[in-house]
Design a protein around this ligand. Sequence first.
Ligand code: SF4
Ligand code: SF4
Length: 67
Amino acid sequence: MPKIEINKELCKSCGLCVKECPKKIIQIGSSINSKGYNTAMQTDDGKCTGCKLCAIVCPDSAIAVYK
Ligand code: SF4
Ligand code: SF4
């Protein structure tokens, strides 16, 4: 099953991955990293298709996708 890992320390809460995910399974969560940003989180890993759009669009390369 495809899965993603978000490196919370690299995330700056821009929301691009939230907009881009065709399954709408990424949100900005309540967890805050050491730089003070609320970080992205996946809400339903069972729906992830591994399309990699979230990783491609992330300007900080904070998302890794595993097929
Ligand atoms: S790999 Fe695709 S489906 Fe999975 S979280 Fe990223 S954008 Fe969404
Ligand atoms: S695109 Fe990257 S930096 Fe922006 S919210 Fe998503 S994980 Fe964070």
